[in-house]
Design a protein. Structure first.
Lengths: 289, 234, 327
């Protein structure tokens, strides 16, 4: 096993980890605010990629505008779903939220499989980012470097928005005591909808970032969702920073295991989950909810 | 006659199927400090929640500063200039003292400035960076009142401000209320501690089983002490 | 806040109990007569899924725990039963036993990891663990990954009955299903079942009363897993096939749907749900409408409007009607 292979896998792991981080961030936000595990997050991820592909295919709109347009479109769709359907289960047992969003996920994924099949559509790397640099110990494709950088910016941007801004303070307060925050004059239902939209947009933009790497495939959401669930269980739902760190770390660990023990690499994350559950059931960064 | 800040007529309130407020009538004029007194379970807190819009199922008429609010959500009612200090104080554990203080948005331009707030509540400045959860009961109560005063709210709903607090702190709160009154703000307060209420308030509404059964002005207190004690179960 | 799990109080009363016996009687008649009207192999698949649904209901209706990974037990049982029957020449009853034992083993492991959690976390943990089983199935050589284990011989029952005859196989399947159903019913109504329900309603109280709550929940979980394994083993041998689909998420989701549709916590609900789901699957695949979409729509519909499920709604209105009559 050469150094090239090792670093190559670590990079791959970092990329996977970036996606895990972005998706679990969206899940953590929605869960913190609404107590709902939004299984449809996987569908929004897939939709982000598909909208980018459709923008290119039917309207000739390229990658860079799609980075803004696709998450916007997905967020609007997500908000419509939230206002019409998902809202109705807020007062029920949280399991119903999971089941409902799972049902929505099935519908969306099922429709896209029906329309586009399961073989996937190609999406080209944008010109600006094609090619790569030889760093000596490894070859670094430009696009992949971009993905890591972009997702770090997005994740830490989200963290900053929630922990350090006024709006973020409203959000954190609303998570604790929504009624009182309303009594201060803040439109909490609107805030919640916007936060939900934000979480969905994160998934959408992750989809666009993923398109040139993983190709645009209706099944891409489902494949990643279960792993993201494991990531979230390991990290615990409590903290934003926790979700980010856990996602990245697990991606890297998974990549490393591919170098040393490829047959078991899919299982690494689940094995870690089992260990964490036995030792610290609320997750590494979680709080007892 | 001063203009009325609060006018309630025939207010009914429900928790789910349970009918808890049975046709309340009351008024509060500008600059007054009025209390709701009565035994536990009389419906005092529920009335405040109904005024604030937190009690979802309600009927009748509640006019705040002349605006009918019976159908409005809490955020709209707050924007009319109403501040709410709940019984549990509602200090956010995940925010520090300064964040808690600055959280409620400004409702009107004449709110208390920070320097004035820190003069009135010196401990808040000392504890500025402490997490909300680390404060004592008295400090939490001060913070809960301070953050409302900062917003410029003209009408303040105070639920049990002295509950569970040491006499020294209770005195401090009394002084805070004097300052509030001096600024011309209007207060509707729920208070179990009648001595405190009698010192501070202009009028008292006595509540029992979701109804107003009596109204006593400051000057009438001496004469009605016996009746009052009966109502309050002292 | 809790899942809308129907009580069995309706069936405690005279009318309710009478209806139950009537329904069971009709069920038995249908069981005996059905293969003359409907293709027996289809019926076998249906009965296996119905048994799987009953097993699942034991966990969610009895224990209030939603597992998103029951396919691990179903498929695990299927694979082992298929392998032992085909490669080791196990007779029918031993193959089923082997599959069930595998499910018990898997159930023990998953149970030990997951049982301290509840609600959402439990669902997600079981989901992830089932995914781990899926990956195992993908990698282990004997499962032949994408191809699965095919041409599984049915063998002979107790050395006497030749199960290659569809009718014989059907009646054995029906008998096993019926026994499984009776077992679930027995557990439901037993003191064990009552303790479980009490734990589901108020776990802290049961703990303070001194009940070893975790042990009860674990036993219930293993029982549910075992029965699911039996269902899977039966399916593998009767239909001659064990594939990756048996362990993947779609199967776990399907059983959730069956029980939700039929009615959580009702005895007959899962059976009704299974009948509808499997038939619908068959019919829709025929006319080319995407099945996952329809399943998703039904899921959403049930959760928004119809949470008690078919049998659940029926029992609810029966109870209201009885209460009105009693006044």
């Amino acid at each position: 096993m050469s150094a090239m292979a090792l670093f190559g896998q670590v990079l791959l792991g970092l990329i996977n980890g970036s996606f895990y981080a972005m998706l679990s961030l969206g899940l953590a936000i929605v869960f913190g605010l609404l107590g709902i595990v939004n299984a449809a997050q996987g569908a929004f991820y897939m939709l982000g990629a598909f909208v980018a592909w459709m923008l290119l295919q039917y309207l000739g709109i390229g990658y860079w505008p799609s980075l803004i347009l696709a998450p916007l479109a997905v967020a609007i769709f997500g908000i419509i779903l939230e206002r019409t359907i998902i809202r109705r289960v807020y007062n029920l047992d949280h399991l119903y939220g999971l089941l409902l969003t799972l049902g929505l996920f099935q519908i969306i994924q099922g429709l896209f499989v029906y329309w586009y099949g399961t073989s996937g559509q190609p999406y080209d790397t944008p010109e600006l980012l094609s090619g790569g640099h030889n760093l000596g110990f490894m070859f670094l494709p430009n696009y992949r470097a971009w993905v890591v950088v972009a997702s770090l910016i997005l994740c830490f941007g989200t963290w900053y928005a929630i922990e350090k801004t006024r709006l973020g303070a409203y959000l954190r307060a609303a998570t604790e005591n929504p009624t009182l925050v309303r009594a201060f004059g803040i439109n909490v239902p609107l805030l919640v909808t916007l936060a939900f939209g934000g979480g969905v947009a994160l998934a959408g933009i992750a989809g666009v970032l993923a398109a040139p790497i993983y190709q645009v495939n209706p099944l891409m959401g489902g494949n990643i969702l279960i792993t993201v669930f494991a990531v979230v269980v390991i990290g615990g739902f409590g903290s934003i920073l926790g979700s980010i760190v856990t996602g990245l770390a697990l991606g890297v660990l998974e990549g490393l295991s591919k170098v040393f023990y490829p047959e078991a690499s899919n299982m690494v994350i689940f094995a870690i989950m089992i260990v964490v559950l036995m030792l610290k059931p609320q997750g590494l960064f979680g709080r007892e909810r | 006659m001063s203009s009325s800040v609060l006018e309630i007529a025939g207010l009914h309130g429900y928790y789910g199927e349970s009918h808890v407020l049975h046709g309340i009538d009351l008024q509060v004029g500008e600059g007054e400090v009025v209390t709701l007194i009565g035994r536990n379970g009389a419906g005092k807190t529920t009335t405040l929640r109904a005024i604030m819009g937190i009690l979802a199922k309600r009927g009748g008429s509640v006019k705040v500063m002349g605006t009918e609010t019976i159908k409005l959500p809490p955020e709209r009612i707050a924007r009319l200039g109403v501040g709410y200090v709940p019984e549990e104080r509602g200090i956010f554990a995940s925010l520090n003292v300064t964040e808690n203080l600055m959280l409620p948005p400004t409702l009107a331009p004449n709110g208390m400035g920070l320097d004035e707030i820190y003069r009135l509540f010196p401990n808040l400045q000392d504890r500025a960076r402490s997490q909300g959860s680390k404060l004592s009961g008295g400090e939490q109560q001060m913070l809960a009142i301070a953050r409302i005063l900062r917003t410029g709210a003209r009408f303040i709903l105070l639920d049990e401000p002295t509950e569970g607090l040491a006499p020294v702190i209770v005195q401090q709160i009394g002084r805070v209320l004097d300052t509030v009154r001096a600024k011309g703000l209007t207060v509707l307060m729920v208070e179990q501690n009648f001595r405190f209420a009698a010192n501070v308030a202009d009028r008292h509404y006595v509540m029992e089983s979701g109804k107003i059964i009596d109204m006593i002005t400051k000057s009438e207190i001496a004469g009605k002490m016996e009746r009052l004690e009966e109502h309050l179960g002292v | 806040m809790a899942l809308e799990i129907s009580g069995i109080s309706a069936s405690e009363t005279g009318t309710g109990r009478g209806l139950e016996w009537l329904a069971m009687g009709i069920g038995v008649v249908l069981l005996i007569g059905a293969p003359f009207v409907v293709y027996p192999v289809f019926l076998m698949e249906l009965l296996c899924m119905a048994l799987f649904a009953c097993a699942f209901n034991l966990l969610i209706g009895g224990g209030g725990l939603l597992s998103f990974g029951h396919a691990a037990f179903f498929g695990g049982g299927a694979y082992i039963a298929a392998e032992t029957a085909k490669e080791f020449g196990f007779p029918f009853e031993l193959a089923i036993l082997a599959g069930t034992a595998t499910a018990i083993f898997l159930g023990l492991i998953v149970g030990l990891v997951a049982i301290r959690r509840s609600g959402l976390i439990f669902a997600m943990v079981t989901l992830a663990l089932a995914q781990a089983v899926y990956f195992l199935a993908l990698r282990l050589p004997f499962t032949h990954s994408e191809d699965g284990i095919q041409a599984v011989p049915r063998g002979w029952l107790f050395g006497i009955v030749d199960l290659r005859d569809n009718m014989a196989m059907y009646y054995v399947t029906a008998a096993i299903f019926f026994l499984g159903y009776l077992l679930v019913r027995r557990v439901w109504k037993s003191p064990f079942g009552q303790v479980l329900r009490a734990i589901k309603d108020n776990q802290p109280r049961m703990i303070s009363l001194g009940f070893p709550v975790d042990r009860y929940k674990l036993i219930n979980f293993i029982l549910s897993a075992a029965l699911a394994g039996t269902a899977g083993s039966l399916k593998a041998v009767a239909l001659g096939l064990a594939t990756l689909t048996d362990v993947d998420f779609s199967t776990s989701a399907a059983v959730v749907l069956m029980v939700l549709l039929g009615g959580l916590g009702t005895l007959m609900g899962p059976v009704v749900g299974a009948i509808i789901t499997v038939s619908m699957d068959e019919y829709l695949a025929g006319i080319g409408i995407p099945v996952p979409v329809v399943i998703g729509v039904i899921f959403v519909f049930i959760i928004l409007i119809f949470r008690r499920g078919i049998v659940g709604e029926f029992l609810y209105y029966l109870e209201r009607w009885q209460a009105r009559g009693a006044r």
